[in-house]
Design a protein around this ligand. Structure first.
Ligand code: 4NP
Length: 154
């Protein structure tokens, strides 16, 4: 299975989501590809935000191999599931879809823990709150893995 995590800048939220899901995938012996991208391209080639790097490091996850990149339409073909962090990312990605099949791949990440809740992972770039963001993302990533495998190793 191929999974893409998407936010606006691909430096704060989706790098955490990529790192956490990759960690869970490895622990659970799954053969999945996990990547992340941003809808904006503002930070192309940049390392994750230092605050994301720090919070993930506290949980034993290294985000420093990651570099920001922009979401491209080819991602609809490469990935089975495209998890977006907020409703704005959702609109931005859905706008680029060329078929219903592509639209169906796009889901709000927090709907994995609260189906139909349509909640967003808040953008911490200006407001902070990286610890809370990490916890929300971690719970959702555990739910993604739990759907495919039971019991999961956490
Ligand atoms: P992210 O956070 O979408 O979680 O990576 C942001 C990063 C950068 C900006 C906005 C949000 N920005 O406006 O540069």
């Amino acid at each position: 299975m191929n999974i893409l995590m998407v936010c606006l800048g691909n430096i704060c939220r989706s790098p955490i989501a990529e790192g956490v899901l990759q960690h869970l995938v490895a622990k659970n012996g799954l053969d999945w590809t996990v990547d992340s991208a941003g809808t904006s391209g503002y930070h192309n080639g940049a390392l994750p935000d230092e605050r994301s790097i720090a919070v993930a490091k506290n949980y034993g996850i290294d985000l420093t191999p990651q570099r920001s990149r922009k979401f491209i339409t080819d991602d609809f073909k490469r990935f089975d599931h495209i998890f977006v962090m907020d409703t704005s990312n959702y609109q931005n990605v859905i706008r680029l879809a060329k078929s219903q099949k592509q639209k169906d791949k796009v889901k709000l990440l927090l709907n994995e823990v609260n189906p139909g809740g349509n909640q967003s992972v808040p953008d911490p770039y200006y407001e902070g709150g990286f610890e809370g963001v990490y916890k929300m993302i971690e719970a959702a990533c555990k739910a993604v893995v739990a759907k495919s495998k039971s019991p999961i190793k956490v």
